[in-house]
Design a protein around this ligand. Structure first.
Ligand SMILES: NC(=O)c1ccc[n+]([C@@H]2O[C@H](COP(=O)([O-])OP(=O)(O)OC[C@H]3O[C@@H](n4cnc5c(N)ncnc54)[C@H](O)[C@@H]3O)[C@@H](O)[C@H]2O)c1
Length: 283
């Protein structure tokens, strides 16, 4: 199948970045979000990032205009009916994602391929919420989507070879390197990275080291661009908690158990950059 028209559900941190990736690669894309203000915020962010590229001479003003011109927005899933691929980037909540997939299945044309940007939830569970399990695949972009080079595809036992081939080929046109992972909790990246991030929260909680000692040490010792607590703020503490909960539920491995400090901070509404306060404070 030739992929031409793309849809994205959820225009938050990841969704807006994915919309940018799609439009930059020359595709028409429609972004759907149901929360007031999120589409405007997402578009503003894209415009600002592209303006930065124009300033650096990496993009012309005409190219920026053309990219922005390929992006449409909508507030209903019905707006996605004739898309060839729909990527879901709603919050990390399996119940919500299953509901969205069931609705999209009723709305979209039979050929539409459904992707999920889930960090680690069961893609099989999303597939069975539809009647097109062969056309459901994990499409895990990384944060920030326009910058990070990896596209981690997640193949379930129901995903057809045709879907994998189509998405792999199309993924290459986005300028990403594609890997295919099995549908196990956290796939490759989240499964490996989560114990490290949770370990940093536990270290802080136990008073073994301060926030700055932890982050500075990991930046200078391992050459990570951000320390682990900065990364959790960047991901969003609510998202990190959902990831830990689902991985712990599936594996029962202590390394995935959510630290109490993380739970309490989410309860307090300290979700990181998106709320202006997490392990750090943001203006
Ligand atoms: N944050 C990260 O670093 C990161 C990295 C990779 C993958 N992910 C995954 O990407 C997904 C999105 O994460 P995020 O960080 O962008 O979350 P976010 O909270 O920033 O954005 C989610 C968006 O979905 C919208 N939304 C909620 N319900 C909706 C509905 N019914 N219909 C349409 N839109 C709806 C919200 O209004 C919001 O704009 C999650 O599955 C997450 O695990 C996140």
């Amino acid at each position: 199948m030739e992929v031409k028209k793309l849809g994205v559900v959820g225009c938050g941190q990841m969704g807006a970045g994915i919309v940018q990736v799609f439009a930059q690669a020359g595709y028409d894309v429609i972004a759907v979000d149901t929360m007031p203000g999120m589409l405007e915020k997402g578009l503003k962010g894209i415009d600002k990032r592209l303006a930065g590229r124009v300033e650096k001479g990496k993009l012309s003003e005409d190219q920026k205009k053309a990219i922005m011109g390929r992006i449409k927005t909508g507030t209903k899933l019905q707006d996605l009916a004739d898309c060839d691929v729909v990527e879901e980037a709603a919050p990390e909540d399996l119940g919500l994602k299953k509901k969205l997939f069931a609705e999209l299945d009723r709305i979209c044309k039979p050929e539409t391929i459904f992707g999920s940007n889930t960090s680690g939830l069961s893609v099989t569970d999303m597939a069975v919420a539809t009647k097109r399990g062969d056309k459901v695949i994990g499409m895990h972009f990384h944060n920030p989507a326009p910058v990070m080079q990896l596209l981690e595809l997640v193949r379930t036992i129901m995903t057809s070879q045709e879907t994998i081939d189509t998405v792999k080929q199309w993924g290459g046109t986005l300028g990403k390197t594609v890997v295919v992972a099995p549908d196990v909790g956290g796939f490759i990246v989240t499964r490996l990275f989560t114990p490290f991030l949770l370990g940093a929260v536990r270290m802080l909680e136990a008073g073994i080291a301060t926030r700055d000692e932890i982050d500075t040490s990991m930046k200078l010792a391992v050459n990570h661009p951000m320390g682990p607590l900065e990364v959790v703020d960047f991901i969003g503490l609510d998202t990190e908690l959902s990831i830990a909960q689902s991985l712990y539920e599936e594996t029962k491995e202590v390394k995935y158990a959510p630290p109490l400090l993380l739970i309490k901070m989410v309860t307090a509404g300290w979700l990181g950059r998106k709320t202006g306060k997490g392990f750090y404070e943001y203006k």
